[in-house]
Design a binder for this molecule. Structure first.
Ligand code: PHE
Length: 356
C-alpha cells in the first residue's frame, strides 16, 4: 500500500511538471505502458491472498484512473497553451493602413478601365455578363443578323479555328456582341447587362492589335427607346471622363445587328498637338451603338412585337488611352514592366464612383 502512495505522488508530480506534449507522453508510457510502473505493480496481484488482492487491486485501479485523468487534463492545458502561443504569434492587425511603397505589383490599365466602366454602369443598375472567347458561328454572326455569305462578314477579319468533321468552324469572337445573344437566350427581359472581354481580329498595325478589348452593353424591355440610349451613354462619358459636360454627337452608321445604328463621338480639341476631351471643335469616335434589330431579338427567342432595346460596344483600349494619356496602343501588350510601373495602378486604389 505504501508503494502505491509513493508512486501516486511521484507520477502526479511528474505530470504536473511535464513541459510539452512529448514529455507528457513519455510519462504516460513510463507509468501506464506495458512495462510501466503501475502496470508493474499489477503483476504482484497474482502472488497475494484474495483479501489483500481485492484491496490492493482496487487501490491500483483508482491510481490508474487518477493518473490517466491527470495526464488528460495536463494534455488539454498544454494543447491550449500551444494554440494560444500560435495565435498570438500569427496575429495581424487588419486595421493597420497598407504600405503602398511595399506594394510592388500594378493593375494593368486595361483592368483598371474595365473596373471603372463596370462600376459606372453598375451604379445605373446594369449587371455583369460574360461569354466565351471561342465562339460558334451562330453566336458571333448568324444570330446577330450576319448570315453566311453576307458581305458584313468581311467587315471583320476573323480568326477561324480548324474545321470540325461536320464542316463547322469555331471562331475567336470578333466582338463582344455574341454575349448579347447568350444573354437574351438565357434571361427574360427586363435585361440590363454589360459584358467586358477580349476580342480578336486579324489586324495588326499602329492602331490595331490582333487581340483587344471591348465592353458590350445591352438593355431590353418593352419601352426602351433611342432617347434612353442617348441619356445612358451621355451619363457614362461624363462620369468616365469626370467632366460636368461633354459635347456628344451621333453619326448614322451601319451594324447588321442594330437598326438604326450610330457611332458616338465626343467633343475634343487637338490644339497644339495636345488632345483635350470635353471642349473644342473636333470630334473623336468612341463607340458603336443602336437599337437592337428585330431579327436579332427573334433569333434569340424574344418576341420583337413585345420587346425592344439598345446595345452598344465600347473599345476599352481607346478609352484607357484617352483618359490616361497613353499614346501607343501596342504598348498595352508589350509586357514591359517599366511601362506597367508608369501607367499601372496601385492595387489598393479600387475604382469607385467617388474616386474614378
Ligand atoms: N460589335 C460592334 C463592333 O465590334 C459594336 C457594336 C456593339 C455596335 C453593339 C452596335 C451595338 O464594332
Amino acid at each position: 500500500m505504501e508503494n502505491i502512495e509513493a508512486l501516486r505522488e511521484e507520477v502526479l508530480a511528474e505530470v504536473e511538471k511535464a513541459g510539452d506534449l512529448a514529455a507528457l507522453e513519455d510519462i504516460r508510457i513510463s507509468a501506464l505502458g506495458k512495462k510501466g510502473r503501475i502496470t508493474g505493480l499489477m503483476k504482484n496481484l497474482g502472488k497475494m491472498d484474495p483479501d489483500q488482492r481485492r484491496e490492493f487491486g482496487q487501490a491500483l485501479n483508482a491510481l490508474k484512473d487518477q493518473v490517466a485523468s491527470a495526464i488528460d487534463m495536463r494534455k488539454g492545458d498544454l494543447e491550449n497553451a500551444a494554440l494560444e502561443a500560435r495565435l498570438s504569434g500569427e496575429r495581424i492587425d487588419v486595421t493597420l493602413p497598407s504600405r503602398p511603397s511595399e506594394t510592388e505589383g500594378r493593375i494593368h490599365p486595361i483592368s483598371q478601365t474595365i473596373d471603372e466602366i463596370i462600376s459606372i454602369f453598375g451604379e445605373m443598375g446594369f449587371t455583369l455578363a460574360e461569354g466565351p472567347d471561342i465562339e460558334d458561328d451562330f453566336h458571333n454572326f448568324t444570330a446577330l443578323n450576319i448570315p453566311a455569305e453576307h458581305p458584313a462578314r468581311e467587315m471583320q477579319d476573323t480568326f477561324y479555328l480548324p474545321e470540325a468533321e461536320d464542316g463547322s468552324r469555331l471562331v475567336l469572337r470578333t466582338h463582344t456582341s455574341p454575349v448579347q445573344v447568350r444573354t437574351m437566350q438565357s434571361q427574360t427581359p427586363p435585361i440590363r447587362i454589360v459584358a467586358p472581354g477580349r476580342t480578336y481580329r486579324s489586324d495588326s498595325d499602329m492602331t490595331h492589335t490582333p487581340m483587344f478589348h471591348q465592353l458590350e452593353g445591352l438593355v431590353i424591355d418593352e419601352k426602351t427607346h433611342m432617347g434612353h440610349l442617348k441619356g445612358c451613354l451621355l451619363e457614362f462619358v461624363k462620369t468616365y471622363f469626370e467632366l460636368d459636360d461633354v459635347p456628344v454627337r451621333y453619326r448614322p452608321s451601319f451594324f447588321p445587328f442594330t437598326e438604326p445604328s450610330a457611332e458616338m463621338d465626343i467633343g475634343c480639341s487637338r490644339k497644339g498637338g495636345e488632345l483635350k476631351i470635353g471642349a473644342g471643335d473636333d470630334w473623336l469616335e468612341i463607340l458603336g451603338c443602336g437599337m437592337v434589330h428585330p431579327r436579332v431579338l427573334a433569333a434569340c427567342g424574344l418576341d420583337p412585337e413585345k420587346y425592344q432595346g439598345f446595345a452598344f460596344g465600347i473599345g476599352i483600349e481607346r478609352l484607357a488611352m484617352l483618359k490616361y494619356g497613353i499614346p501607343d496602343l501596342r504598348t498595352f501588350f508589350d509586357t514591359d514592366l517599366r511601362w506597367l510601373k508608369h501607367y499601372g495602378f496601385v492595387p489598393l486604389d479600387v475604382p469607385n464612383m467617388v474616386r474614378g
